[in-house]
Design a protein around this ligand. Structure first.
Ligand code: NYM
Length: 206
């Protein structure tokens, strides 16, 4: 029986990394085989270039950096498929939806063009979209250090997530409660997805 492929998405600093890790810990504590994965994976070949770009150490054309983010996912595509097929569930911090939502928030970038490089990647069983208020997250420590951490840009990113939302496998998560409350609300949804995934084929994007 295959594992489930679950993705957490949202704007910057909305708390999804904390929740991903807490869910992985919880699942492991109940004996469920699962792994945490995050994109961009800055340890990979493409990830190092992406890291320098995000830290504003280098400049790159928008389309080139978009394709690097996508290549970063393709670097891990064989691993994703093999883990899932062997029965390990993946809890993934950002995926193709961030790729499209962030690049298409840039001036002159078309959402449909942004989707092209993602065609054929495995489609998650569930996307948890974290709702957050930009005026709240922009107060968090370190805001503005990385590229994209600007209020207007983040608002555009959130609008783009709404355009990508597919109610057949997306759920919006209210991320304003305490860390513990958000985790408790997520648990039943995650367990239900793990169960359903067992008898469903892994689909591809889009
Ligand atoms: N980001 C992330 C993109 O622009 N495209 C992508 O494909 C992905 C996966 O990178 N601001 C952006 C979103 C974030 C930044 O992500 C780094 P994180 O989760 O803060 O490390």
């Amino acid at each position: 029986m295959r594992g489930a492929f679950i993705v957490f998405e949202g704007g910057d600093r909305c708390g999804k990394t904390t929740q991903c890790k807490r869910i992985v810990e919880y699942l492991k504590s109940t004996g469920i085989a699962c792994e945490y994965m995050n994109f961009p994976d800055r340890s990979l070949t493409t990830g190092k270039i992406i890291n320098d770009y995000l830290l504003k150490k280098t400049e790159l054309p928008d389309r080139a950096v978009h394709l690097l983010f996508s290549a970063n996912r393709w670097e891990l595509e064989p691993k994703i498929r093999s883990l899932i097929n062997r029965g390990t569930s993946l809890i993934v911090d950002r995926y193709s939806y961030s790729g499209v939502a962030f690049t298409s928030a840039k001036e002159g970038m078309d959402l449909e063009w942004c989707k092209l490089a993602e065609i054929g990647l495995p489609r998650p069983d569930l996307v948890c979209l974290f709702k957050s208020r930009v005026d709240v997250v922009s107060q968090r420590n370190g805001w503005g250090e990385e590229r994209y951490e600007k209020t207007d840009f983040q608002k555009k990113v959130c609008e783009n997530f709404q355009l990508l939302k597919d109610p057949s496998y997306w759920q919006e998560i209210d991320a304003v409660g305490s860390i513990e409350e958000v985790t408790e609300n997520l648990k039943p949804l995650i367990l239900e997805t793990l169960e359903k995934a067992k008898s469903r084929k892994l689909e591809n994007l889009w």
